[in-house]
Write a protein of this length. Structure first.
Length: 328
């Protein structure tokens, strides 16, 4: 069994990843670390972990875990991923992995030198609905792909929330803009050539709260918006010449809608619906990561993939500073 340690008691760990590990076929929660030893012990007890540490350094120095999950604020991801890998631990680190694409290069060097697995926690990579969309598109179910359209929004104006704190890596693009970009790249296997963007910033928080993006992939275009101060919405549509595919809960299936992919014909008078009841993408993610860390050879989200996705986000930020196209 793969022995997991978790750095911090963050909400996503408590509500998503720790329950996934606890239910996984091939992993156990072995240790929790927090700068507050009491919080670490309470969460460890909740998930049956035998070890609790009052510092992240103590967990990394221990021999009771094989790998760690890091749900710290975005600005600390690279730092602690590097420390964990240097300690010989496999590392699953929350998205976004970095603030800039160039920050990921040192992690690739450490990964290769220490022979450990480091992966950005894009849980959508492991959801079967995205394999289905990729297969349908590749098999010509919608003919030539012409346009991808996406949206991801929620409303959060809590000044204490890290998503509204620029020094912690807050903002809409880093938190949720990464999803339309990564799923488009996952489905098509293509990379963007150039980008246009309009970005709105919150004057009080100093974070980006709305982005409208147009990306030229050569054969098709992607347009999407994301916002941290709009009503809840998630959607991805892959529009071809002979049909279209709608993904109704593309990123947080179960929260925004059911796991449902609809394939529509050209006249939109026929549709095939693909459902994925009971799918738990966080569990699929931790199980796949553990198998890969133990040498299965199965695909996980690579650091090289992380670089490409972050390069696209970096280009969106640059494009938002001027009119016209920005090269990726």
């Amino acid at each position: 069994m793969f022995r997991w340690g978790v750095l911090s008691t963050a909400k996503i760990a408590r509500e998503q990843v720790l329950p996934a590990i606890a239910d996984a076929d091939n992993g156990v929660v072995a240790a929790i670390a927090s700068r507050d030893a009491g919080k670490a012990r309470a969460l460890a007890d909740r998930f049956g972990a035998p070890h609790a540490f009052g510092s992240y350094e103590e967990l990394l120095a221990s021999d009771v875990v094989d790998g760690v999950y890091i749900p710290l604020p975005t600005s600390q991801h690279v730092e602690w991923a590097a420390k964990a890998a240097q300690a010989g631990k496999h590392v699953l680190v929350e998205k976004p992995l970095a603030l800039k694409a160039e920050d990921i290069a040192p992690l690739i060097e450490i990964r290769d030198r220490k022979k450990v697995l480091i992966s950005e926690a894009f849980m959508v990579f492991y959801h079967p609905q995205w394999r289905k969309v990729r297969e349908l598109t590749a098999d010509g179910a919608i003919g030539r792909l012409r346009h991808v359209q996406g949206a991801f929004s929620y409303f959060n104006v809590d000044p204490g929330n890290m998503r509204n704190q620029p020094d912690l890596g807050g903002g809409a693009l880093l938190d949720i803009g990464v999803y339309p970009t990564v799923t488009t790249r996952l489905v098509t296997g293509k990379e963007p050539l150039r980008i246009q963007a309009r970005i709105e910033w919150d004057r009080g928080f100093g974070t980006d709260i709305y982005s409208s993006v147009k990306a030229d992939f050569g054969d098709f275009e992607l347009s999407f918006y994301c916002s941290t101060q709009m009503a809840l919405r998630q959607s991805m549509v892959f529009h071809g010449e002979t049909g279209l595919i709608e993904v109704h809960a593309p990123f947080n299936a179960g929260d925004y809608d059911h796991h449902r992919v609809e394939l529509h014909n050209q006249k939109r008078n026929e549709a095939t619906v693909f459902r994925f009841p009971g799918t738990r993408q966080y569990r699929l993610q931790v199980e796949a990561f553990a198998r890969a860390a133990q040498g299965s050879g199965e695909p996980v989200f690579t650091l090289e993939n992380s670089v490409l996705n972050q390069q696209m986000i970096d280009a969106i930020f640059r494009a938002g500073e001027h009119d016209g196209w920005e090269q990726v």
